[in-house]
Design a protein around this ligand. Structure first.
Ligand SMILES: Nc1ncnc2c1ncn2[C@@H]1O[C@H](COP(=O)(O)OP(=O)(O)O)[C@@H](O)[C@H]1O
Ligand SMILES: [Mg+2]
Length: 312
């Protein structure tokens, strides 16, 4: 394991921000920490990296116990913080050079690394810009470049795409995939399940500082109690047919509103065949049919009773 958290407890006075959290992160994987705002993602990162004291538990990184003074480990880590941390009075290039210079003293090598970081986030034409002149998305990309210019083995990104335009967001996500392809280990926090699905090999879902579930996206979806949701657009649905639909085996939820039928089924049966057979028999004209598999949000909702995102 590259990173191991064992039973980490972190309290802020009466609030338990991390409640016996365990994480095991393997070399080369993109590992997601998914959870709503306030679930403890940033606290977990800060405890992991010894930026914050915790009440009990143990952290190991690269098989060494992580402490605030373990610089051997620290220099192999790149952190991209949730709050942008760059210097207003330095240009894009100077900022990256400054952060890279904390780790790399050789000037020639540093110049190469800074150039590579600038290419990587595609900020070449903005080299001489100060942060104030950058859009939100470009600023996020600068923040990313500052965190990774020294070529760390372990890269930790805390919600790097919040309030970012789609173009920069895609660049950031694809950049992260590229880093993983180069063999880096990535830890990525977010409250967007779509990003986790796109990026992460494995993930832990957090709620109130507790691990809710860990696995691959597919494994977690499999744990969902509910199966598929089938949406059917029809010309008309006579009451008699609606009644028969109600009686279909395994049906959990029925909803019909002028032309649009939504059926949610229990897991495990072949509901579609029964449904199509019924439509055939009752001569129902189907305009469109879509099947939606459960999402990570559905699983989260089942376990915690709330949505991953309170406000979209
Ligand atoms: N410095 C602090 N003092 C008191 N409470 C805090 C502090 N930092 C975070 N918290 C609380 O700890 C919980 C977890 O916060 P955080 O780790 O920032 O969550 P996330 O990053 O998932 O949004 C929240 O309830 C938050 O209000
Ligand atoms: Mg946070």
């Amino acid at each position: 394991m590259i990173v191991e958290l064992k039973n980490i407890v972190k309290r802020y006075k009466n609030l338990v921000a991390l409640d016996h959290l365990n994480l095991s992160i393997r070399e080369g994987e993109i590992y997601g920490l998914l959870g709503p705002n306030g679930s403890g993602k940033t606290t977990a990162i800060n405890c992991m990296l010894s930026l914050l004291r915790y009440d009990s538990g143990e952290v190991k990184i690269f098989d060494q116990t992580m402490t605030p003074s373990n610089y051997d480990v620290k220099k192999r880590i790149g952190l991209v913080m949730q709050n942008i941390g760059v210097y207003d009075e330095l240009t894009v290039q100077e900022n990256i050079d400054y952060f890279c210079g904390l780790y790399i003293s050789d000037k020639k090598l540093r110049r190469q690394y800074v150039d590579e970081a600038i290419q990587f986030v595609e900020l070449d034409e903005f080299r001489k810009f100060i942060p104030k002149k950058l859009s939100g998305g470009l600023l996020r990309r600068l923040n990313l470049a500052c965190g990774i210019a020294h070529k760390p083995d372990l890269i930790v990104l805390d919600e790097p795409t919040v309030a970012v335009d789609p173009q920069s967001r895609n660049k950031i996500l694809d950049g992260i995939k590229q880093l993983a392809a180069e063999g880096k280990t990535i830890i990525y926090t977010t409250h967007y399940m779509e990003e986790v699905e796109y990026l992460c090999d494995r993930l832990t879902i957090l709620d109130r500082g507790k691990e809710i579930i860990t696995g691959t996206t597919e494994e977690i979806k499999q744990m969902s109690m509910t199966g598929e949701v089938i949406n059917v657009e029809v010309v008309d649905l006579p009451l008699a047919t609606q009644q028969k639909l109600h009686d279909l085996s395994g049906l959990i939820n029925f909803n019909y509103e002028t032309g649009s039928l939504n059926l949610q089924f229990e897991k495990g049966h072949n509901h579609l065949m029964n449904l199509l057979a019924l439509f055939e028999k009752d001569d129902i004209q189907v305009l469109n049919l879509t099947i939606k598999q459960p999402t990570l949000n559905d699983v989260f909702l089942e376990i915690t009773g709330k949505e991953l995102r309170d406000n979209v």
